[in-house]
Design a binder for this molecule. Structure first.
Ligand code: NAP
Length: 305
């Protein structure tokens, strides 16, 4: 069972506070637009919110231009939105992520995140990426994972996981983990399927969340899935975006999407409601068999945050 390390179970569609909703310019001043966007998302039914601490411009990843210097930076806005939407905390699934640095305890990041969010606990806490180390730094990865386990043991993170990890990182962590990572959040769409990485997750009971799930119908279009997705979208009367999300969900993968656009956020409501209402004749229809597997692509990913 894929989700067994996750407490509680994770909603299949998440609303992202990165990419389209990141805080431009960073800084402590509240960005009311992000709060309002997030309140709308909560009110239209998103109960799974995917945040992260600010990517510091001095992080290794930013220095190497793997990520823009400022991404997310909006835990305060997420916290304000949760308060403003008046949705009971227990009905929400809140994720945040640590920007890890070798010389900084994760606890420091975590307590600062909780404070900004105004929460006593998060449902899921992730190591945002392994870019602070190398694939063969087993000890470094294991020490950081032990710090994550201590946070889980304190009860302030219901589940712990990782993001952007590839097999060597996971193998290192699994060698010493008392609590294995519950989930790995990775860029995942028909054009980035990571070879046997998914099978490895299944073998080790690690769930997978996909960010960039709309890539095939947005940034990467036109492309080889277009004809099939258009055909399916006509057949079921849904958008190609819904088909793209369904492509993830039908593989047991959580899809983390987002929108900064009012109209699209309303459409997204349609996605979350219709997605599971649409009964496909064949559950694997969206998998586009002739497109699986695609050639393995390598990390680090090039997604825009
Ligand atoms: N762990 C990580 O390292 C990592 C990295 C990247 C992202 N993430 C998480 O995943 C979330 C989603 O990432 P993502 O933005 O890459 O996901 P996505 O769901 O693939 O893309 C969402 C974007 O697609 C655009 N879009 C949707 N429909 C469109 C259409 N028909 N035409 C043109 N554009 C369209 C939206 O634009 P509008 O805003 O204009 O609607 C939005 O910016 C992030 O917010 C973040 O929480 C995590």
């Amino acid at each position: 069972m894929l989700w067994s390390y996750l407490t509680p179970r994770i909603p299949k569609i998440g609303y992202g506070l990165g990419t389209a909703n990141y805080k431009r310019g960073g800084g402590p001043k509240l960005d009311q637009k992000i709060v309002d966007n997030t309140v709308t998302a909560l009110k239209i039914g998103y109960n799974h919110l995917d945040g992260a601490e600010c990517m510091s411009p001095s992080s290794v990843a930013a220095r190497h231009r793997l990520i823009p210097p400022r991404a997310y930076g909006n835990e305060q806005e997420l916290g304000e939105a949760i308060k403003a939407a008046k949705v009971p905390r227990e009905s929400l699934f809140i994720t945040t992520k640590a920007t890890v640095a070798k010389d900084k305890p994760i606890e420091e990041s975590f307590s600062s995140s909780l404070k900004k969010l105004g929460l006593d606990y998060v449902d899921l806490y992730l190591i945002h990426n392994p870019f602070w180390t190398t694939e063969d730094d087993e000890k470094g990865l294991q020490e950081k994972w032990a710090e994550m386990e201590a946070i889980k043991a304190s009860g302030r993170a219901r589940s712990i996981g990782v993001s952007n990890f590839i097999r060597p990182h996971l193998e290192a962590v699994l060698k010493t983990a008392k609590t294995p990572p519950a989930i790995n959040q990775i860029e995942y769409h028909p054009y980035l399927q990571h070879g046997d990485l998914l099978d490895f997750h299944k073998e080790h009971n690690i769930a997978v969340a996909a960010y960039g799930p709309l890539t095939a119908v947005t940034k990467a279009a036109p492309g080889p899935v277009d004809a099939r997705y258009n055909e399916l979208s006509r057949k079921y009367g849904v958008t190609t975006g819904e088909i793209a999300l369904r492509w993830c969900v039908d593989q047991g993968i959580v899809a983390i999407t987002t929108s900064s656009n009012e109209q699209r956020r309303k459409q997204l409501r349609g996605v979350s409601i219709c997605l599971f209402g649409a009964v496909l004749e064949n559950r694997d229809e969206c998998l586009v068999p002739d497109l699986r597997p695609l050639p393995v692509e390598s990390f680090p990913h090039k997604a825009k945050h």
